[in-house]
Write a protein that binds this ligand. Structure first.
Ligand code: ADP
Ligand code: MG
Length: 374
C-alpha cells in the first residue's frame, strides 16, 4: 500500500481564525481567547461578572468562547451585557446539534436513520433534509446529501484513507440517487429506496449551525457578534463601533496570508476548499469534497470557493456545490442566482474571480476579475 499521510486542516483553520480575531480586536479591547470552553463561564463569575450588574457591562465589552465540535475548532465572540448568556446558550446549542447530526457518533439521529434505512426526523434533521434536497435539485446534483457511502469508501469517515478500486466506486455510485429518498416533510419521515444509502449533512451542517447561533444572539438581545466555525464565519450586526466586520479569507496556498478581506454586517462568509481535509497516496493529494458524478474528489482547477450570503445554511451548501462545479459552471450558477449570494473563486492559476455584488466591500492584493450579471 502506498505511503499514506493523514492531514487534518486544523492549522489552516487556526490561521483563518487568528486572522479574523486580530482584525476585529484592533477596534475593540480584546478580553483574551486562551481558555477553551471555560471563557464564558469564567468571565461571568470572575472577571467582569463578580458583583457587576448587567447594566455595568459596556456595549463594546467583548467576550469569547472556544470549543472543538463537529470535527473542527470554533470561536465565538460577542459584545455587551447579554454576550455571556448568549455564548453559553450558543455553545449548548452547537453540542446539541452535533449530537443529532454527527455521522461519527453511532447514537446520533442521523446515524440511527442511516443504520435503519428509515426513521422519523426531528425538526433539525428534517429542515436540513429539506434544504439538502432543494440544493441537490438546484445545483444539478453537485450537492448530494447521500454522499456518505462514498466518504466511507475513501476512508474519510474513519481515517482509513485509501484510493478505492474503480469497481467499488461504481457500486456505491448507485447509492447516490437522491430521488430514491422518500421524504415526507410534514410527517418528518424518511425512507431510503435502496439498501446501503446513507445521508451526511457535513457539507451544510456548520452553516445551519451558525444560522441557529445568530437566532440565539437575536433572542438574547446581543447587538454585535461574530462566530467562526472552522472557516465558516457568520457575523451578527455590526462591530460595536457601528462599522462593518472585516473578514479575512485565508490564502490556501500561503499559510498565514490571506486572499482578500470582505466587509460584512450580518452575513455568513463560508469557504470550502480541498486544502482543509485530505490525504496523499503515491504523491497525489485526495481531498474530502466529492464530485457525485464520478465519486472522486473534485479536481477542476478551483482551490477554494467563498460564499457570502445572509443565509448561512445556503452559503455552506453552495460553497461545497460551487467547488464541485468548477469555475465556469459556478459563474453560470451565480448569474442565475445573483440575488441570493456573492462569491469568491480562487483558481490554481492564482486567479481571483469575484461576483460584482462584492465590488464595494472587498480588498485584495491579488488582481480581481469581476464577473457581472448577464
Ligand atoms: P468543510 O466541512 O470542511 O468546511 P464543506 O462545507 O465543503 O467543507 O463540506 C465538506 C463535507 O461535505 C465533506 O466532509 C462531506 O461530509 C460532505 N460532502 C462531500 N462532498 C459533498 C457533495 N458533493 N455534496 C454534499 N456534501 C458533500
Ligand atoms: Mg459547505
Amino acid at each position: 500500500m502506498a505511503d499514506m499521510k493523514r492531514h487534518f486542516g486544523l492549522s489552516s483553520r487556526m490561521a483563518i481564525i487568528a486572522l479574523v480575531l486580530c482584525m476585529t480586536s484592533q477596534a475593540v479591547g480584546c478580553r483574551g481567547t486562551e481558555s477553551v470552553g471555560q471563557d464564558v463561564r469564567a468571565a461571568s463569575t470572575e472577571e467582569p461578572g463578580t458583583g457587576t450588574a448587567l447594566a455595568e457591562i459596556a456595549a463594546d465589552e467583548r467576550f469569547d468562547t472556544e470549543l472543538f465540535a463537529m470535527d473542527t475548532f470554533m470561536t465565538l465572540s460577542a459584545f455587551g451585557p447579554h454576550a455571556q448568556e448568549a455564548l453559553a446558550k450558543a455553545e449548548e446549542e452547537i453540542l446539541r446539534l452535533e449530537a443529532i447530526l454527527s455521522t461519527g457518533m453511532d447514537d446520533s439521529e442521523v446515524s440511527r436513520i442511516n443504520e435503519n434505512g428509515e426513521g422519523t426526523m426531528s425538526e433539525v434533521t428534517a429542515s436540513l433534509m429539506e434544504a439538502s434536497i432543494k440544493l441537490w435539485e438546484v445545483t444539478g446534483g453537485a450537492f448530494n446529501p447521500a454522499i456518505l457511502p462514498v466518504m466511507r469508501l475513501w476512508g474519510f469517515t474513519d481515517g482509513n484513507y485509501h484510493v478505492p478500486e474503480k469497481g467499488e466506486l461504481d457500486e456505491v455510485l448507485t447509492l447516490l440517487d437522491v430521488s430514491r429518498i422518500e421524504f415526507d416533510r410534514e410527517a418528518g419521515s424518511v425512507r431510503f429506496g435502496r439498501e446501503g444509502m446513507a445521508i451526511d449533512f457535513g457539507g451544510i451542517a456548520k452553516g445551519y449551525t451558525s444560522a441557529r447561533v445568530m437566532d440565539i444572539f437575536a433572542g438574547c438581545g446581543v447587538k454585535s457578534a461574530m462566530v467562526n466555525l472552522g472557516g465558516n464565519v457568520q457575523t451578527y450586526g455590526t462591530k460595536p463601533d457601528g462599522k462593518k466586520w472585516k473578514i479575512a479569507v485565508q490564502d490556501p496556498r500561503k499559510e498565514g496570508n490571506y486572499l482578500c478581506v470582505i466587509e460584512s454586517a450580518g452575513e455568513a462568509i463560508i469557504t470550502s476548499g480541498g486544502y482543509e481535509r485530505y490525504f496523499e497516496e503515491d504523491g497525489v493529494t485526495y481531498h474530502h469534497i466529492i464530485d457525485p458524478a464520478d465519486g472522486y474528489p473534485a479536481f477542476n482547477g478551483l482551490v477554494s470557493v467563498t460564499i457570502v450570503s445572509s443565509d448561512g445554511t445556503m452559503a455552506d451548501g453552495l460553497s461545497t456545490s460551487l467547488f464541485v462545479m468548477g469555475k465556469d459552471k459556478a459563474i453560470e450558477y451565480w448569474r442565475e442566482h445573483s440575488d441570493e449570494f456573492d462569491m469568491v473563486l480562487y483558481t490554481d492559476k492564482g486567479e481571483l474571480v469575484v461576483s460584482e455584488g462584492l465590488k464595494e466591500r472587498i480588498t485584495s492584493d491579488y488582481l480581481i476579475n469581476y464577473v457581472g450579471r448577464p
